[in-house]
Design a protein around this ligand. Structure first.
Ligand code: FMN
Length: 324
């Protein structure tokens, strides 16, 4: 019996297996950031292969665009395309979620004209233009734009929304002690640096209610250099769980890698800090490794990034490899 191909239910949503396509940008949206046929086909193929959950790529909330060709979910014009996309993913037998993002200090110059925003006016990780520090009123407005985008996505038919709190984009940049040198309630202690992400999850969770799942994606590997500690993780994870989110998605630089000299993987650490089901991504392109990750409790769902991007039939092939 394969652990990877066993079903699981989360808050009334049934997933036929633990194979997840994590969010991966295609950059094939049209000039108004709407879904195109190419985008639909890309996801439909990976759903058809038997993938349990498809998480549609980072999709911009209002004023949060990251790349040219990226999807967006803030205006009426974006809704029909997203609804059509969900319909196809469901028709191919997979559950569908969508990742919501604000680019912040990582937004490409091409879409912002160099005018970026962030927690503080410090050099961003990509060494590009220095962002302008957001005011508290602006922070709260952006939190609301995540809520509005989530509303649009759930109305379009998605089973869940993922708040992008990873990879140095806006919400994650607040978590980084290097990017965030604020002295107000959104800077300083980990509790303060996590405030925008926590509030965003809280507000989104409250608005969506029982109409869909809400969770967030975090990454730790990109903040180790900025001094992110095991103690920070021990504050962050329970704070996120307390918002009422339904899962946690951890993006790693290696699912089986030991973190913080703890003798544990990031999935084991996170699962030890909360009761939420965990999706973990990072180096699981070999089906045997994905199977092991779930079977040994490093995660509840195995997300297959690059390997599934390259090979649409990954899930079907994995099933054959595992003789299931
Ligand atoms: C082409 C490509 C696009 C990606 N786009 C996103 C994205 O939109 N949002 C995100 O959180 N991660 C994104 N990622 C990261 C993946 O979701 C995943 O975490 C990463 O590839 C590690 O998993 P892997 O080792 O299985 O590839 C992207 C990765 C690739 C290869």
């Amino acid at each position: 019996m394969s652990a990877l191909f066993s079903p699981i239910e989360v808050k009334g949503v049934r997933f036929k297996n633990r194979v997840v396509m994590p969010p991966m940008v295609t950059l094939k949206a049209d000039e108004e950031d709407r879904v195109t046929d190419t985008v639909v086909e890309h996801y439909a193929q990976r759903a058809r292969a038997g993938t349990g959950l498809i998480i549609v790529e980072a999709t911009a909330v209002e004023s949060g665009a990251v790349w040219k060709g990226g999807l967006a979910a803030f205006a009426d014009k974006h809704a029909p395309g997203l609804a059509g996309l969900v319909e196809r993913i469901h028709a191919e037998g997979a559950a569908a979620a969508i990742q919501l993002v604000h680019g912040g200090p990582q937004a490409s110059v091409e879409v912002t004209g160099g005018k970026r925003v962030g927690p503080s006016a410090v050099t961003p990780p990509d060494d590009g233009p220095i962002p302008r520090a957001l005011t508290v009123a602006e922070i709260r407005m952006i939190e609301e734009s995540f809520v509005e985008a989530a509303e649009l996505a759930i109305e379009a038919g998605f089973d869940g929304v993922e708040v992008h709190g990873a990879h140095d984009y806006l919400l994650d940049s607040f978590l980084s002690a290097k990017q965030n040198v604020r002295t107000d309630e959104y800077g300083g202690s980990i509790r303060n640096r996590a405030r925008m992400l926590v509030e965003t999850c809280e507000r989104t969770r409250a608005r969506i209610g029982d109409r869909g799942l809400v969770w967030c994606r975090i990454s730790i590997f990109n903040k180790l250099e900025a001094g992110f500690t095991r103690e920070d993780l021990a504050e962050l994870v329970p704070a996120l769980a307390a918002t009422g989110i339904d899962m946690l998605h951890v993006s790693t630089d290696g699912t089986f890698k030991e973190y913080f000299d703890s003798g544990k993987t990031i999935g084991q650490l996170v699962k030890g800090l909360c009761k939420l089901p965990a999706i973990v991504a990072g180096g699981l392109g070999d089906p045997l490794e994905a199977e092991r990750a779930v079977a040994e409790g490093h995660c509840d769902f195995a997300a297959i990034g690059n390997a599934m991007y390259e090979e649409a039939g990954w899930t079907k092939q994995a099933r054959a490899t595992l003789h299931t």
